[in-house]
Design a binder for this molecule. Sequence first.
Ligand code: SF4
Length: 319
Amino acid sequence: MRDSSSDFFIFIIYSERRVFVRILLQLPEGIKSKALRIVQKLEKEGDEVVVSCSPCYGACDVALEEARRCDADRIIQYGHSEFPVRSSIPVEFVEYRTPVKFRAVLSKAVKELGGYERIGIVTTVQHIGQIGEIKKFLEGKGKKVFIGKHGKKAKYDGQILGCDWGSIKDIENTVDCFIFFGGGVFHALGGALATEKPLLAVDPFSRSVRWMSEERTKELRRRKGALLAAVGAKNFGIICSTKPGQFNFKKALYLKKLLEEGGRKACILVCNELNFESLNNLLEFDCFVNTACPRIAEDYARSRKPILGVDEIKKIIKK
Ligand code: SF4
């Protein structure tokens, strides 16, 4: 027989679920400092909020397991635009914009652009709201400005992600060069690698402008080195992340089959977040293949063994 006190307890929990919507809130590092303010706003509206304090690298990084464990009805992720991600719990993406002053830094950029006339602009979702004004400003300086159609993972034309360079690819045959407008090196370098056209990084935070050609050459050289090191590799570890927007298990299985058919040994290595210490303890592997976020390649120096992308490993298999 059930005891009545535990029935009562069950009833309370159940009725709480019916009254409140429980939200798991995810914030990228740059917005975590505002967590409490956002929580209070949501709780005023009657929701119950649990904050994920795990890193949140991108829209792909939906904390589904945390949401399940907390019995959340909804996940709200700040800072990123909508992303094609499979999730059994509804996910709401709340974009975060950072309006910045751009005239002074763009005037510098115009001097750098010299004889280039046809300019493509790309940026991240953080500044996408200003892309129209940036275009007008450059047109006012006599440039022809183009904004490319976004790829499958981005939401806006002109927007780029570390795993979606569609806005560059769409217009690379039309323009003489690109401007990446935004902070940091990651998107600027990724953009430069996605095209053979020169790319000028225009950073409104440091107010600096610089061509990415040198970094591009260095990175290509590094990748070539990794590729050469991997040619003689016999044992391959295929990295597969369980993050909902990065989970490429079928691709990992396919690569394993290809490698084995080519006479190599291959093993799928599954994780949520890649820990380089653990990776480095897998001493029997000569080379790793990354099927997760392409950003992992940025941290190549932390791995003792080369880490290749899927296209790179296919080249080796062909050879
Ligand atoms: S896979 Fe990587 S680059 Fe793409 S959204 Fe996720 S974190 Fe960003």
